[in-house]
Write a protein that binds this ligand. Sequence first.
Ligand SMILES: [Zn+2]
Length: 520
Amino acid sequence: MKILKRLIISILVLIIIALGYLYRNIADRHPGYTLNLNINPSMQPGIIQIGFGKIPITPEIIDTWNDMDGNAKYEPEKGDTYNDLNSNGEFDAVWIAGFHHLRPAQGIHDDIWARVMVLDDGQTRMAIVGLDVIGLLHDDIVDIRKTLPEHLQIDYTIICSTHNHEGPDLVGIWGESIFKSGVDPKYMEFVKKQTVTAIARAVANMRQAKLKFAQNLNDGSNFVMDTRKPQEMDPGIRVIQAIDVETDTTLGSLISWGNHPETLWSRNLLISSDFPHFIRESVENGVRKGNKVLAKGIGGTSVYISSSVGGLMTTRPDFPIPDPFTGAQLTGATFEKTKAQGQQIGLLILNALNNHEAVDIEKANIKLRAKTISIPLDNNNFRLGFALGVISHGTTGWMNVRTEVSAFQIGPASFITIPGEIYPEIVNGGVVSPPGQDFAISPLEVPPLRSFMQGKFKFVFGLANDEIGYIIPKSEWDEKPPYLYNDDESPYGEENSIGPEAAPIVYKSLIELLGSLYND
Ligand SMILES: [Zn+2]
């Protein structure tokens, strides 16, 4: 009996330790944090100040085969996998996020960045950050906000991930196994610190500026494909150019387009920011090759923000991109093709800025709404990831996730921020209710979000202040057979979504914010 009693006590102790561990992993990291911003300008449109800042967030790639003195740490044998290397305890990689596990970075092709545009109308100051990473979760965004120095006087910070698939893991699910986070905590701290520094630089660089808004709503569709029915994309390219009023030179630009930055695809092991690198380079320095110049650059610092990338916007290796200089159709997953893609988008942006439909403004003010929302975490794999600490993210209530949406207007442009990868049909229209759906409902997320936005230029910032995964129309949600359109396989997307309630909640919250923005 004594042994049995001891055994029972031991088991109880183990259960308590395990529960404590799970509780610690899913506990709210920011208890009481809630945001509710209602900013109505109290004056007429006035002087605008704009500043740009940038700083690399490129990780240090340590030679994975050798130690610091150059001595071989481990002699790989033929047929070794990365798992074998790791079991030796010597293999500590920078894990590249996206596609699958076990993508250890082997070098750097181009820097990845924290790039910032700060806008100030004399009353409200906001920072818009573009990070060349797969995603940054809301808890980490709040960490950054809490460390922003008071003297920067930022009223609202929007931190967007480009969703780069060729940079380090900052979410956790692309490490060496599904049970081990791919995030290096030291690198995470570095990214947060660099982001704060980039914002501070942008504030220090603020100058009185005029803004030029331009767009090309259709031609971007030549450089992106949709891999899931219905065929709906978000091909519009939108740009804001900020020009120093005194010197008439470009301070920088903010560019937005909807495509997964993953043209380099899954076998690339060199750190890169993928096509956004080549878009920014083209806009800043022009599209040129030797003496041949297809378009002159505008200078300054370009910030790239992804718009709707869900459902699924991508450039597969078999999708050809024409070289802008030779017209040669480039396929595969090469840097040459990725550069051509960036140059093509860069050309569309530079031409749009010279088009008579571009709009210049010298005065403006910022009207803004932002609020914390809560979404149930319904994905069992994500729940397990949270509980095991693979995804370092707290929960609120019983397995809910705190996230955020916002809507704002500046002159002729309106903006909404989306905390993940939204399906373009929710933004532009075309939500369907196909046969095989899991919920027998008509489209919920209608009419489309852009129809509630005002002004000529309607920006959608995706993966903004969070990455909750795919935001899928509830009437298109499909995990169980029969599958959508009676296809043989289930569609891709649901396994990387927080759950079927994400889209209705994000949609409804944004409609409310837009209603308040224009009517209150
Ligand atoms: Zn994605």
